[in-house]
Design a protein around this ligand. Structure first.
Ligand code: NAP
Length: 449
């Protein structure tokens, strides 16, 4: 548990949600409320307005030491967030981590001296929808890319080793099993290389319960271990914005790894990238609508919204995490350009582009609840139905929860707080799918994401 120290003051105390052990140390100064959050702690009504600050705050764990300072100490106009360390400003109170800030900055400065050509970047999950684009982008930027792949990769394991080498042109392809740390270590070691940066785009291809823990947690952790053993000092993680509200198994697995990564220490820096929806998840109805079908949506079509981002734009953002100082030791929610769109707005856009009269099919969300309920009950007797029940829950989650920054204070999603990046719009993507179909945009093995 993080240690906290409070500065003395006579102004109204901030409201904090802390574990009992922390609160006992703070009680003389602060008005301490209840609640514990995932092994760390979280400010509730403190002046931290930004969700990402709040997340960073909750990610602090063992060994971090926070100093609470009264308002007078914070000069007006001082930046509220400093890059390069676990340090957080606020508008009236300030909480500052006193852990290994200097050490981290030193490691980063050393790294910055290397050119792209001198930097060895290991990419795991290199054969995935996003991973392929990250390999392309890093090769384009001149890095030495070591792409880790399986001998049979892609959806359904359809791509051969030879095809993978062609697909990942410009990178050194290294065949290994990411679920086995020794396999990873020896594959990297056999090349006699050191690694500077690891980028993980690993993800379960099914979203099933066991597979999520095996890939989104264990295999990702293996890649961290193998990378560090080969000298890596920065780790870029492709995560997901939906882990803010973790109801699904893959989200819990990702969050566990995020937390371990953020607390790894030993001078390892990190960037945790949490993107909103991918284009592939939104293009599934283009062809059927083009063929005269209705646009299908749940509820009134406004239950959720997202700011979709293209593979190329996201890959570019991930590549920036290797060089940009303002992206180190950060949790980075990221969306594409333009405003947030509900399913109804996406459908309207599609009909407009096709020059067709809008026709919607609104499905009550209760139908999903019914199916999930039945599967959940059956899974108690037939364990092999656990995953189908989980897939139902994933479907419902995406139909009802927005892929936007969640304000934990209000419990509402906030489109304005969700940063935009890149140039590729959903409209241009729909236009391409109308002309060329969904080639390259296939969903995973269970077609849930
Ligand atoms: N879909 C969305 O809208 C959305 C939005 C935000 C965030 N995300 C997140 O983005 C992440 C990446 O998504 P993606 O679509 O790029 O994933 P993907 O296409 O399914 O790629 C997954 C990668 O992980 C590898 N992998 C899976 N199982 C493996 C195993 N057993 N052993 C070794 N490697 C394995 C795959 O290798 P193979 O090619 O060998 O199978 C592939 O390289 C996911 O974490 C997802 O949650 C998705």
């Amino acid at each position: 548990m993080a240690k906290m120290m409070a500065g003395s003051c006579s102004c109204p105390a901030p409201l904090l949600s802390l574990s009992p052990s922390v609160s006992s140390r703070l009680s003389p100064v602060c008005d301490v409320r209840t609640a514990v959050f995932s092994g760390a702690f979280q400010a509730r009504k403190l002046c931290f307005r930004s969700a990402s600050l709040r997340e960073s705050f909750s990610l602090l764990g063992e060994g971090a030491s926070l100093l609470l300072l009264p308002p007078a100490v914070v000069p007006a106009g001082k930046p509220r967030r400093r890059a390069g360390g676990r340090s957080f400003g606020s508008c009236c109170w300030r909480a500052e981590a006193t852990s290994d800030v200097t050490e981290l900055n030193q490691a980063w400065q050393k790294k910055k001296k290397k050119t792209a050509r001198d930097t060895n970047v290991m990419i795991v999950g290199a054969t995935g929808y996003i991973g392929k684009y990250v390999v392309k982008e890093m090769v384009k930027r001149g890095y030495n890319v070591i792409a880790v792949a399986r001998e049979k990769s892609g959806i359904g394991g359809k791509a051969s080793a030879e095809q993978t080498v062609v697909e990942l042109a410009g990178a050194t392809v290294c065949f290994a099993d990411a679920t086995d740390v020794d396999s990873l270590k020896s594959a990297i070691g056999s090349r006699g290389r050191t690694i500077d940066v690891v980028i993980s785009c690993l993800a379960s291809r099914t979203g099933g319960k066991k597979d999520s823990w095996k890939i989104d947690y264990e295999a990702t952790k293996n890649s961290l271990e193998a990378g560090v053993a080969a000298g890596a000092s920065h780790f870029v993680l492709l995560s997901a914005i939906c882990v803010q509200k973790p109801l699904l198994e893959f989200q819990k697995a990702k969050l566990r790894f995020e937390s371990e990564l953020a607390n790894y220490g030993n001078g390892l820096t990190y960037s945790i990238v949490r993107p909103t929806a991918f284009f592939k998840s939104l293009g599934g109805q283009v062809q059927s609508v083009k063929g005269g079908g209705p646009y299908v949506m749940f509820g009134d079509g406004a239950l959720c919204a997202c700011k979709p981002i293209s593979e190329a734009d996201l890959a570019s953002f991930i590549a920036d995490c290797v060089t940009d100082e303002d992206k180190i030791n950060k949790v980075l929610p990221i969306g594409g350009p333009g405003k947030a769109l509900t399913p109804m707005e996406q459908g309207e856009m599609l009909f407009r582009m096709l020059g067709k009269e809008p026709r919607f099919l609104k499905v009550p969300i209760g139908i999903m609840d019914f199916v999930i309920g039945v599967l959940d009950n059956l899974a108690k007797v037939f364990p092999n139905l656990e995953d189908p029940a989980e897939f139902g829950k994933i479907g419902k989650y995406y139909a009802t929860e927005s892929m936007l920054v969640l304000d934990p204070e209000t419990g509402c999603y906030d489109a304005d707080a969700t940063p935009s990046y890149g140039n590729d719009t959903l409209e241009a993507f729909f236009d391409r799918v109308v002309r060329e179909g969904m080639v390259g945009q296939e969903l995973g093995d269970q077609a849930v994401f």
